[in-house]
Design a protein around this ligand. Sequence first.
Ligand SMILES: Nc1ncnc2c1ncn2[C@@H]1O[C@H](COP(=O)(O)OP(=O)(O)OP(=O)(O)O)[C@@H](O)[C@H]1O
Ligand SMILES: [Mg+2]
Length: 237
Amino acid sequence: MTIHVLLNQKGGVGKSTVAVNLAAVTADVLNQDDDPDATSPVAAVSVDPQGSAIWWADRLDNLPFHVVQAHDDLNGLRQLGQLPGIRHVYVDTPGWIDLNAADDTSDPLGRGPAADALRTVLEVADHVIVPMETEPLSFDPTARTIRKILEPRGIPYTVVINNWDPRDGKLDLEETKDFVRANKWPLAKTVIRHYKLHARASADGLVVTEYPANRVALQAREDFYRLALELRIDGGR
Ligand SMILES: Nc1ncnc2c1ncn2[C@@H]1O[C@H](COP(=O)(O)OP(=O)(O)OP(=O)(O)O)[C@@H](O)[C@H]1O
Ligand SMILES: [Mg+2]
């Protein structure tokens, strides 16, 4: 069983999109579709008290993986690694983490129920995926997330560039990669490209495995399969 956590202090960088769609492609590979009694070995968990409602609310019962809303269930989060029959858990975290900027000696996650939920999730996390965008506004929050939350805890992580639009050219992409490399952070080779389809799908509650089989949709979907393969999603302990 592997617990993958999506984390970035910056809002809107694709934490929910990546969590849900990695869950979808993993379920696509691991679900026993020919056995009507089999349940999915994949779960998406949200510890975001707000965001996830929009995404998943209407589809809780018919997504190809389990969905758990657990922002106020610390005991449940502590036992995330023991969910029966589950092999992969993708945890979506809140849109905005208020890092305690001034004081480097105390826990920068601060106090309160959201901070407690996040701390608990990070205690059980096997791997953290840090999505970021190819824009300078995304650089500082990403650096803070890694330096203040992940490195002090020794949690393995991978930075994933999301929402890059090939029509914008490669300059921003290369600058972003250079920034990540200059910091010596592990960077996924897979870049999740910007497709309008993803934004539309999130509004409709669709996951990439449910996209129509046209060329653009297949390209949009491919990025998530590639990322899952690159992260050796089925190589967990
Ligand atoms: N690769 C992409 N292509 C197109 N749209 C995208 C892509 N990734 C994310 N989006 C869109 O950007 C918006 C923000 O994405 P998402 O909600 O996943 O980010 P988040 O980090 O979970 O945000 P929050 O911090 O608010 O929880 C959504 O409307 C989503 O559909
Ligand atoms: Mg979100």
